[in-house]
Design a protein around this ligand. Structure first.
Ligand code: FRU
Length: 518
């Protein structure tokens, strides 16, 4: 077994950083998104405020662009736009986590930053064990505590699959500590359980907060918080079966539930969602959104960030030195019982020059030399009624392309008014042959309604485009659609020709756009 240490991980990170800095043009580096400083990253971890800054840890394997024995990497920011790269804080270097330091969360307690994470190890028979562990630190250096693991299978009063017991969510309430994590029941279904402690060291089982109702398998990465007076639980269920009308896709999804977390029992009573006919709903309908986690900002905002990739949609060009990005952080709020998400307002301070215009009829807008930006679009349909637009095209499309060594790589985003769908197609981008390269999502039912007709006359989109991603927010944040892509095939092909942005609409649509440089 290789010996993984924090020193080796930091050294590796520095070496890769040097290479990325000396040839940034060869690696399509995101401009306003957090991304892996070296090698692979997945889930955000320990997203929290400590010492006046926002800290973001993440699942990290700096040694290659593939998943491997998990470390925790560390970034920190004052405005969610510029991220400072710090040294990794956890390496799989102890007997209770030698197979990996898996996902978890962080809180501030008595001037210390406490990290809760899952230690993965093997028992004598070679079977995987997952247990909950703690580390504490000062915002830069962290030490695992001596009593690890603090929660193991022995704390759970029923049978479950010991190799799937992870993703600790730690919080403090009424002078006590609580930890929730997910586990796999003997039948393969996910369940969310809760523990309580007065001291952080001795934990008692409290409850099964909630469990899969049969629509999914194992759950991952839970978060629990209060927002606008409601209890919210988010998690990422695996093995979901697609249900297009209800906004779910096959495989790994990320969903939220609202309702009431009954205390002192700590049992969640779900309520029906307004956006579908279920008691949970998708958070983001795009291909690349997984394992979201939230933090509470000192000014009271609940901010969410997610891994901008998914297990079934892994894409990375050849020879790359980094792989994995985070979504742009989003402010959450409820409006009419529905979850709204919008890019944190700090991004507005980075908006530079604005280019405005109109695309209508058969005209289109082409911008050469486009690399990234923050776009606002307002659409108007020529039709007052749904009946009038039957069999007519009512579409907006945005194509982003690059010519690299005589070959054109492109992605296309479409907003179809008549069909009421958003669509992302990356089949002509790098790794176009990968597993999932196309996604269509239905608009939330209210989107097109206005006081006049079923097909409202107006719809608005905000689109954040960075070097390798496009995040779309519909009607002030009532739906989100996040997709990643690469438009150059390998690290050493120069990407000097920046992307071309082309927007066009069908005859019956008028689009007013504002493109802000970031
Ligand atoms: C989710 C996940 C977590 C786990 C981590 C391992 O993406 O599978 O459940 O802790 O990734 O890297």
């Amino acid at each position: 077994m290789q010996n993984y240490t924090l020193e080796a991980a930091a050294k590796r990170q520095n070496e890769i950083q040097e290479s990325l800095k000396s040839q940034p043009q060869n690696f399509l580096l995101p401009v306003f998104h957090a991304f892996s400083p070296a090698g692979w990253c997945n889930d955000p971890n320990g997203f929290s405020f400590f010492g006046g800054k926002c800290h973001l840890f993440f699942q990290y394997h700096p040694y290659s662009t593939q998943w491997g024995p998990m470390h925790w990497g560390h970034l920190c920011t004052s405005d969610f736009v510029r991220w400072e790269i710090l040294e990794p804080v956890l390496a799989p270097d102890s007997d209770f986590d030698c197979e990996g330091c898996f996902s978890g969360t962080a809180i501030e307690f008595e001037d210390r930053h406490i990290l809760a994470y899952t230690g993965v190890s093997k028992n004598k028979n070679g079977e995987t064990l997952q247990n909950q562990c703690l580390a504490e630190g000062d915002g830069l250096c962290y030490k695992k505590i001596l009593q690890n693991p603090v929660i193991s299978a022995a704390n759970v009063p029923f049978e479950f699959q010991k190799g799937d017991f992870r993703d600790s969510k730690l919080w403090r309430e009424d002078g006590k500590f609580y930890m929730a994590c997910v586990l796999k029941m003997p039948d393969g279904k996910g369940s969310l359980v809760c523990f309580r402690s007065e001291t952080l060291l001795d934990w008692k089982f409290v409850s099964v907060i909630d469990k899969s109702s049969g629509k999914s398998g194992m759950w991952e990465c839970p978060d629990i918080f209060k927002l606008d007076g409601k209890d919210v639980v988010i998690f990422s269920p695996q093995e979901m079966k697609a249900d297009f009308e209800n906004g779910l896709h096959d495989g790994n999804n990320s969903v939220y539930m609202t309702g009431f977390l009954k205390r002192p029992e700590f049992i969640f009573e779900r309520e029906m969602r307004t956006e579908n006919s279920l008691n949970f709903a998708q958070i983001d309908g795009g291909i690349d959104f997984y394992a979201p986690q939230t933090c509470l900002a000192p000014d009271g905002r609940r901010i969410m960030i997610a891994w901008m990739q998914n297990w079934e949609s892994y894409i990375v060009p050849q020879n790359y030195l980094w792989s994995g990005m985070m979504t742009f952080p989003r402010e959450l709020e409820f409006k009419n019982g529905k979850l709204f998400q919008n890019p944190v307002r700090e991004l507005l301070l980075y908006r530079k020059k604005c280019e405005c215009g109109v695309v209508s009829g058969t005209s289109s807008f082409i911008k050469n030399g486009f690399s990234h930006g923050d776009i606002e679009l307002e659409f108007f349909s020529a039709f007052e009624n749904s009946a009038d637009c039957k069999n007519q095209d009512e579409k907006f499309s945005l194509v982003l392309s690059r010519n690299v060594a005589g070959k054109k790589f492109s992605v296309e985003f479409t907003c179809d008014f008549a069909e009421q769908t958003l669509c992302f197609d990356r089949r002509n981008s790098v790794e176009g042959g990968g597993k999932i390269n196309f996604r269509k999502m239905k608009f939330p039912p209210s989107s097109f309604r206005n006081e006049k007709s079923a097909y409202g006359k107006r719809i608005s989109l905000r689109i954040l485009i960075d070097a390798c991603s496009m995040e779309v927010f519909v009607n002030g944040g009532e739906a989100a659609f996040t997709n990643a892509f690469f438009l150059i095939p390998d690290a050493f092909v120069s990407s000097e020709n920046s992307a071309v942005l082309e927007m066009s609409v069908s005859e019956n649509i008028r689009a007013e756009y504002k493109i802000f440089k970031i």
